[in-house]
Design a protein around this ligand. Sequence first.
Ligand code: FE
Length: 504
Amino acid sequence: MIRIGRRGVLGVGLGAAAGLYFGTGVAAGEWDSYPFTLGVASGAPTPTGVTLWTRLAPSPLEIDGGLAPRALPVHWQVSDDERFTTVVQQGTAIAYPEAAHSVRVDVTGLAPDRWYFYRFRCGRALSRVGRTRTLPAAGAAVSALRMAIASCQRFEDGYYTAYRDMAARDLDLVLQVGDYIYDDVFTTGVHPRLAEIPNHLRATATDLQSYRLRHALYRLDPDLQDAHAAAPWLVIPDNHDAVEDGDPALLQRRAAAYQAYYEHLPMSAAAHPDGPSMRIHHSVDFGGLARLHLLDTRQFRDDQYVCGTELIGAACAALDDPQRSMLGANQERWLRRSLGRTGAAWNPIVQTVLFAPYDFAAGADREVYYASWDGYPAARQRLLDDLAATRPRNPVMLSADWHTAWVNNVPADRNLDGPPVLTEFLTTGISSAAAFTSNLTKQSLPENPQVRFYDENCGYTLCTITASQWRTDFVAADTGSRDGSVHTISSWVIESGRAQADQR
Ligand code: FE
């Protein structure tokens, strides 16, 4: 019988009071505590496969999830039906302590454009059932794509009402475009869920153990678990998921952040981080209907603080350095190729920060948000020039980061009321409060005619895409309680061939 003894002393300031021994054998099938506490997930779908994820963590808010440092076998199954009467694939994966006993299975050999069900078993413990799908075959005619976009889910700021709503919808994909976790915890001010965060989890995450615990905290949320179990996800991290600064002193921390992110999200094994580096940018084809170009705006950006230490301020001359890059030369080249070779009817560019120019100063002065594309004007212009040169059909910019919802006309240059060449839909936060930026943004909105919609509710963005039309619904979610309400606050449509959205 395998004994799964917990590491003797849990000390390390974790205040592990209850149960000093987690002691029954997996071979005998007995678990004293249920190991699939963090749910199941799927992601990175292809036409013939999908990545399945779970993690063994009987005590998820303790170091190592309450498990001894030994590898454990986990059986997985993929089925055509929810009752698993027809198992189409199965196998055994190993949950390694080096990966926090996370389990990742890159399933291949599935049929295109099909829904599947999956589950895991370890000993006699059985996970919940997840639902996932493969992508349509390359170039295939597809009637519609329904996807939700999520970002910025600060745990202490509110409930994941938006995810509860997503889980109840029939979505083909969920995009999570950053701040899946926050490395820090806000302990002053009003934060409805702060009491749910144990004291030992309140310090800023800086090493692998503390990043793992942060992910476990977030992942215990039942609405988030339901959304993961309902559809495959595509994910790109933003600044709070990992340290973006190129400072070598922070590289070790970034390596820890990436490792924990990878361990907890359903990315394919190809995304395995290499120290402080992780391959994040990639494209995903949903048949011939849409190519999603997912970008990495943090890992390769030039220093965002060339004008000073503030986040928002005057546009200094250093910003105009033509060498400044948001994506880095390799990714810029990759994106140009991806845009040049796509035959898809729609070409959303999925990235984390505000793309349209925005002037925060009243009157003739100009102030910009340095972390956005306004801090990298030459790089933004190169991207716009690449779009003009490669002419992909129907490009759409999808962004996040600002904890509010926006629709922007993107002009061809910094002329704010110039004719749009592209529409940007910026997704609000799932739960992160807008307080910090609210006044600043609202004061300057009248000076920015390119902004056509701005709203401070939390929630998510729902996109319904057909060959002839892109529809975006902004869904507002009340994050103040577990049973908060959800409603659509604004809907926009882009007809194929047009750059500008129309409100519906
Ligand atoms: Fe955020």
